[in-house]
Each structure stands twice: as C-alpha cells, then as structure tokens.
Design a protein around this ligand. Structure first.
Ligand code: ZN
Length: 137
C-alpha cells in the first residue's frame, strides 16, 4: 500500500466520512476494521466493538446500504435544496444511521439499495450522501 496523503478538500464533517486518499477502502464512512475478528466499528475507535481487540486499523465502510425508512423535507437545510430526503439506512456492515439521500425523493422506498457518494458543494466543501444504487460504478 502506498503512503496515505491527507486530503486538502474541506469536508462538512471530518468525523463522519473519509475521502478517497485518507484510508483503505475510501471513500466511505469513517470506521476501523479489527484484524482479529474482521468486523468494522463505526467512527474513530481504538478498540473493536465486537471482540474488544486493540488490533484495529482505519478502513472506510458503508459503501453499500439499504434504506429502512425515510422522510422528505420541504425546507432547504445544510446545503441541501428542498425537497430532499433523509433516510434511516443500514449498511452492509450492519451500521444503522441517518444519512441524507440524493435523487428524486419519489423514487425511494423501503429496501431501496443505496451507495455512498460524495457531493461537491457550491461553497467548495465536500459532503456525503447516499444515492440509489443502479449497479453502475
Ligand atoms: Zn474484533
């Protein structure tokens, strides 16, 4: 693996997600992967939340998810123009979290397959969201 070069792009929240050049498997949600049990723990962690091993290393997670529930907001907020959707998602690693959804809010439904995506915003920052996974890369 080549040496990691920190990104100079400004993220809307540096604690939640990682960019392409930050950790293995990025972009994705900030996580660590346990070398003992191979499970992921969401966020910056020094100990595996599954087996309590201290042998963990940063690795992005959450590239694929499934939509559990969602709500549509008709008021712009946080750089998202209305209408936009916020979803309760479950990632393939089993993380449950709320995340912004991009795309036509009318196209979302329970169990819609989602993929992690980065959004370059007008103010120069980069945010994350989930989009319907059409299978294309
Ligand atoms: Zn573990």
């Amino acid at each position: 693996m080549s040496a990691s070069v920190p990104s100079t792009r400004i993220k809307t929240n540096r604690h939640v997600f990682v960019l392409e050049d930050e950790v293995p498997g990025a972009p994705g949600l900030r996580a660590v992967r346990c070398r003992a049990c191979r499970c992921h723990t969401l966020g910056r962690a020094l100990i595996c939340s599954h087996c309590f091993s201290r042998d963990v290393a940063p690795e992005a997670a959450g590239q694929r998810a499934e939509l559990v529930e969602f709500a549509v907001s008709n008021h712009p907020a946080g750089g998202f123009s209305a209408p936009y959707a916020i979803g309760l998602i479950c990632t393939e690693e089993g993380f449950a979290l709320f995340a912004p959804l991009v795309g036509d809010p009318a196209s979302f439904a329970h169990e819609t397959l989602l993929r992690f995506t980065l959004l370059d915003r007008d103010d120069g920052t980069v945010a994350f969201a989930y989009a319907a996974d059409d299978g294309a890369q």
